[in-house]
Write a protein that binds this ligand. Sequence first.
Ligand code: ADP
Ligand code: MG
Ligand code: MG
Length: 304
Amino acid sequence: MATLQINNLHAKVAEEDGESILRGVDLEVKSGEIHALMGPNGSGKSTTAKVIAGHPAYEVTDGEIKLVLDDEDVADIDGEVPAEKLEWDLLDLEPNERAALGIFLGFQYPAEIEGVTMTNFLRQALNAKAEEREELFEDDEEAEAEEEDAGYDTSPMEGEVDDGELGVAEFQQLLKEKMELLDMDEKFAQRYLNAGFSGGEKKQNEVLQAAILEPSVAVLDEIDSGLDIDRLQDVSEGINALRDEQGTGILQITHYQRILDYVEPDHVHVMIDGKIAESGGADLAKKLEDEGYDWVREQVYETA
Ligand code: ADP
Ligand code: MG
Ligand code: MG
């Protein structure tokens, strides 16, 4: 089981002297748990998501983000994984390295990439993750020895499938399974990336990416925004499947309580001005729906 630990996180816009946006965020998300991160507009929810992923627009000025893994999380790695490679400071790592360790942030890719089908895009994303993972967990001494083997080209011949990489047929099978799991139409995968995708289809796509990449923790930022009720239910069922079938931990960022009727959170957190001001169970979300955010804000500024 993986644990994402955020301690006293402070962050501001990079290369600016402006105020902190995040002012001491504490949050712990374990695989298999669903956490809702709620809060008024501008409170720092999306910034939290982007800082977890390593977005270059932000600079972390204090605190830490750790990912703690156990043997099960590295079962795909050949050979023994030493203890020091079970605990990672994500702030020292590039976004793609964080993703390879099991953090997923649904990405908003360019409107369309000509000639790339969903299938190809997802296969490339999965293979890139596997390769990065191999590098991160590679025995450091072995890696050095390999580098010293100068001049000897070990790269695969063109068209040959690299070690550990999923070929087209194998990937098709995996994709088929995942689409069944999410109850998605198979035709979807044959479409070109984002070409004419509706808002709802883009969101379903985000869930499909997470199903393929099997992260330990998926951060879903306003995946409910702009969805009609049918799509909201489809997307919600997909999120529940990620948790129930793959043990993915979910950090569900949302302004509205509505999606929480379908994706029931184990924990609810309210962010006010860059800090978690209140945490509780699913009933906290109901209270917010009835009473809004003002009472939490008042609570923060009374005690300050
Ligand atoms: P939320 O997702 O809770 O609505 P955000 O994290 O998007 O809030 O934003 C929090 C605050 O930080 C807002 O006041 C926003 O304007 C500011 N902010 C976030 N990102 C940037 C940025 N890249 N440049 C300038 N200000 C930013
Ligand atoms: Mg936001
Ligand atoms: Mg092993």
